[in-house]
Ligand binder design. Structure first.
Ligand code: C2E
Ligand code: MG
Ligand code: MG
Ligand code: MG
Length: 277
């Protein structure tokens, strides 16, 4: 390696890079153990009707407490799960667990599960969803799969076919982080989504930035025209909630209404007496 570095003038194996590679290998190893030793948990964040304050459901968010390191954010470890081929097993567990949990919630409440690009690349997503629903007894319309534009960017006929089969089963499909990709509007034409989740970045800036507010207004209008539900992500303060109310946004999610919480905490939101089972 030293020879290469001399010849090309590049430091392929600088101490810095070597350290990064070792850390990465260790992270992958720890994730393998996390999977085998059931270290993953799900947190649920409430989805709320802005008009009534009623909880419409919860989004399942993957959590990992890495021994010796503390909580690792999913944005950091999910890409590693995808690259190391572990995503299949972990996401099957997420689906299974979220459906089991939601089956005990009141029937008016649904559960949202994030599905990544890598999951669409693997065969068997449809069967995994079908199996999780059957085993949990959760009605299909109470399961909402959140996909990002990157799923549709691959745009293989198989991706669209899988989405359509899932939707035909009764499962709801939401477009997550709407507005952050390259051609969000184009995807609205090609696939009949049930929900648009307006990305947090627009909500964050809507009070100061007229453009952000205009985009939110436009998306709410489009969603109403198309008969799609619109939800605004990342609502952190009352001012944002009020502005969203003025724009006619029906549903919200964010720290103002509830942080991601344990299943037990989430269950107390609707009260044990109201549990469907
Ligand atoms: P996402 O699907 O857009 O999830 C929303 C993220 O925004 C969550 O971050 C949530 O904690 C955070 N959030 C919610 N309300 C607020 C707010 O008011 N302010 C701020 N600043 N943030 C808020 P989290 O849990 O770190 O998840 C990050 C991303 O990781 C998710 O983004 C999702 O893309 C991915 N992810 C999480 N769980 C799973 C999973 O089970 N499978 C897959 N494939 N991806 C997952
Ligand atoms: Mg999501
Ligand atoms: Mg999102
Ligand atoms: Mg987001």
């Amino acid at each position: 390696q030293a020879k290469q570095a001399r010849q090309g003038g590049y430091h392929f194996h600088s101490p810095e890079l070597g350290r990064k590679l070792r850390e990465r290998r260790q992270l992958e190893q720890d994730l393998r153990e996390a999977q085998a030793q059931h270290q993953f948990r799900l947190a649920y964040q409430p989805l709320v009707y802005l008009g009534t304050g009623q909880v419409s459901g919860g989004e399942a968010l993957l959590r990992w407490h890495r021994p010796g390191h503390g909580d690792v954010p999913p944005d950091r470890f999910i890409p590693v799960l995808e690259e190391s081929g572990l995503i299949g097993a972990v996401s099957a567990w997420v689906l299974e667990t979220a459906c089991q949990e939601a089956a005990r919630w009141p029937a008016r409440m649904s559960v949202a599960v994030n599905v990544s690009t890598a999951q669409f690349r693997q065969p068997g997503l449809y069967e995994a969803v079908e199996g999780a629903l059957r085993r949990s007894g959760l009605q299909p319309h109470r399961l909402e799969l959140e996909i990002t534009e990157s799923v549709l960017m691959q745009d293989t006929p198989e991706t669209l076919a899988t989405l359509r089969r899932l939707r035909a089963m009764g499962v709801r499909i939401a477009m997550d982080d709407f507005g952050t990709g390259y051609s969000s509007l184009g995807y609205l034409r090609r696939f009949a989504f049930d929900k648009i989740k307006i990305d947090r970045s627009f909500v964050q800036h809507m009070a100061q930035d007229p453009n952000a507010k205009a985009v939110i207004r436009a998306v709410v209008n489009i969603s109403q025209t198309l008969g799609i539900r619109a939800l605004a992500e990342g609502v952190e303060n009352a001012e944002q909630a009020e502005l969203l109310r003025q724009e006619g946004c029906a549903e919200v999610q964010g720290y103002l209404f509830g942080r991601p919480m344990t299943p037990e905490q989430f269950a107390t939101l609707h009260g044990p007496g109201q549990r469907a089972t």
